[in-house]
Design a protein around this ligand. Structure first.
Ligand code: OOG
Ligand code: NI
Length: 472
């Protein structure tokens, strides 16, 4: 039997193919890639510390920056979500985290498909924020039923892709020829379709209920709506965007600029108004397309992100608290003034690595320093935390923040909103719908905190074992 291509390789082939497709479809994305590459090169040149932090994990973090992207799609039905999970599994991407956007006025809930193992993440941490429309939140019963019927009729996966998924599940992998076919077929699901599947009146009725509903229901498939490169300096990138002919949204989502970056900071540029074609409302006698109507749709946009340290549950609680408390102080502010007010509001969030580690606010990865040896094992403290501190102090092990690989619901809502229009947020009664989401998905989503904890623990255990100190 022919050898299987690794899931990591299929993911990389796919993310390159997707990037090429998106660049061809949305030329501004190509401009954004050049700008980010430019800023990253400058940042590395001017900031030896940045380079040090990125090269530390065997250079992997630096290598991955250039290919690192995340994208987003919006699905319409439970069965689409179920099948997309199988598609991503072929690429070594698994659902991590649950994001309920209803409290932020978006009728969707979501997960992020991404690699979870250290090796896979360092090869290519490609992620796709995948949301599912919550039809039950459409108040108008008639509209709700029409949406369900339209979605029921569409097939967003090619037959050949479905066959390849069965083969992957049966044989545990795909050979080279099948992997190539898989990338081509899977890409079809993410492609833009300029022909709407419904007439203009139907489109406008959904659009009126919520712009997101029109975007999900009225097209042949869940077009990729952005692909986001990772910048090492989001403030500089945001500032340079206008010179490159790109207009960013007014504020950067997420935590403020800090010495020790945490979580995720994001900004986007406005969605494009793109020409679309509505099919004829009534096909004329001759069956011709005389009634086709032209229109426009705004869905696809550009985004950049800067990633920092993953926070522990305690760190995340503090972040959520400070962000909520900052609302009043930052309300209505934009740009630098907004950043300054936000930084002020985050004054109580420690901003050095040692304190973040000692207070258990962020996750760290532990590595033995080159040629590390414990001079006098008997003198080391017995208690685990004290032992770790002593080993770090003696330069035997080094602790580095683990990069945050996930998303932030408040920021995601901000990104959705800036692209759908501020007026898009509606008030939805909040019900616990995680169970529904997981039932549709066919599995429970992985807990991101548990994943970070395992990675941290594994790296620490490996250090202690190598030093012969595993007894603690
Ligand atoms: C997804 C928006 C969320 C992010 O980076 O937080 C997102 C969407 O608009 O479909 O991509
Ligand atoms: Ni995004």
């Amino acid at each position: 039997m022919a050898r299987h291509v690794s899931c990591d390789d299929i993911r990389t082939r796919f993310s390159h193919a997707m990037s090429d497709m998106y660049r061809a479809e949305v030329p501004q994305y190509g401009t954004l890639l050049k700008l980010v590459a430019d800023i990253n090169a400058q940042t590395l040149y001017h900031n030896a510390h940045g380079q040090d932090a990125l090269t530390d994990r065997g250079g992997s973090e630096l290598a991955r920056i250039e290919i690192e992207r995340h994208g987003a799609i919006r699905l319409g039905t439970a069965s689409e979500l179920y099948t997309i999970r199988r598609v991503f599994a072929v690429m070594g991407m698994f659902p991590v985290g649950y994001y309920d956007l209803a409290p932020a006025g978006m009728p969707v809930h979501a997960t992020a498909f991404r690699p979870v193992e250290d090796d896979a993440l360092s090869q290519n941490p490609f992620r796709v924020f995948t949301s599912l429309l919550r039809l039950e939140l459409i108040e108008d019963e008639d509209l709700r039923e029409r949406a369900a019927a339209i979605l029921e009729r569409r097939q967003i996966f090619t037959d050949r892709l479905l066959t390849l998924l069965d083969r992957f599940d049966a044989e545990g992998g795909l050979n080279d020829e099948d992997a190539t076919a898989f990338v081509i077929e899977a890409l079809e699901t993410f492609r833009w379709h300029s022909h709407a599947t419904v007439d203009a009146d139907t489109y406008h009725a959904f659009h009126q209920a919520h712009r997101l509903i029109a975007d999900v229901v009225c097209f042949h498939g869940p077009h990729i709506n952005h692909l986001t490169p990772r910048t090492l300096d989001i403030d500089a990138t945001q500032q340079a965007m206008p010179e490159w002919g790109i207009t960013p949204k007014a504020t950067i989502e997420g935590p403020p600029r800090r010495d020790c970056p945490i979580l995720l900071r994001q900004t986007s540029f406005k969605a494009l108004e793109e020409p679309i074609v509505f099919p004829a409302e009534h096909v004329d006698e001759s069956g011709g397309e005389a009634g086709e109507e032209a229109g426009t749709h705004t869905a696809r946009f550009g985004e950049i992100e800067q990633r920092g340290a993953a926070l522990t549950r305690r760190g995340r609680r503090l972040y959520d608290q400070l962000l909520a408390a900052s609302r009043e102080a930052t309300h209505g502010l934009e740009g630098e003034i907004h950043q300054r007010a936000l930084a002020e509001a985050f004054h109580d969030f420690p901003d050095d690595e040692a304190t973040l580690r000692r207070k258990g606010l962020a996750w760290f990865d532990y590595q033995l320093a080159d040629g590390a040896r414990v001079a006098d094992p008997a003198s080391l403290p017995g208690e685990r935390d004290a032992l770790i501190e002593a080993l770090i102090e003696q330069g035997v092990i080094r602790a580095r923040p683990i990069t945050y690989e996930d998303f932030l619901p408040v920021s995601a809502a901000g990104i959705f909103q800036s692209n759908l229009g501020e007026s898009s947020a509606q008030h939805y009664a909040t019900t616990d719908s995680r169970g529904d989401f997981e039932a549709a998905l066919g599995v429970a989503v992985e807990d991101e905190f548990a994943l970070y904890e395992q990675r941290s623990e594994r790296s620490l255990a490996a250090c202690l074992a190598a030093l012969g100190l595993s007894r603690v």
